[in-house]
Design a protein around this ligand. Structure first.
Ligand SMILES: [Zn+2]
Length: 145
């Protein structure tokens, strides 16, 4: 959330316009606003919920409808520039890190974080003949002790 709240600088808008161009997404002021919030200057990956984004939009006093928000997130996910992670207890988060990685989910704090170690699953399972693992999505639930 802290990262999402930081001021929207010219550098962040330049990064947003670069992403819009790379993905061949039509440039609009609202999309540039959203991408500047989500991706910042590109120096840091973040996890966020739609509620996080709605709060930030309000704080920045931006006029962005929920429809625009959902549509933009859907396009970013469809084009592989944003990951969508379904949480074990329902709900979902978005992740600007689209590389293959796994997550911890703290049920007490509702915080999501990356598992720092690379997990490998190939050697643990007898896969059906003629198949290979194409993707693994693991979320390990934690509780505070
Ligand atoms: Zn992540």
């Amino acid at each position: 959330m802290t990262f999402l709240l930081s001021p929207l600088t010219q550098k962040k808008y330049e990064h947003a316009r670069t992403i819009l161009s790379e993905l061949n997404i039509r440039h609009t002021k609202k999309r540039a606003d959203l991408l500047a919030i989500i991706y910042g200057d590109g120096s840091q990956d973040i996890h966020f919920t739609i509620d996080d984004l709605v709060q930030i939009i309000k704080k920045h006093r931006m006029d962005i409808s929920l429809a625009t928000l959902y549509n933009t997130l859907r396009v970013l996910v469809d084009k592989g520039r944003l990951s969508e992670v379904t949480l074990p207890m329902g709900g979902r988060i978005f992740d600007t890190d689209t590389s293959s990685h796994q997550h911890f989910y703290n049920l007490d704090t509702l915080k999501v974080s990356d598992i720092p170690q690379k997990l490998s699953f190939e050697q643990h399972f007898d896969l059906p003949k003629g198949t290979a693992i194409s993707d693994v999505k693991v979320t390990i639930c934690l509780k505070n002790i």
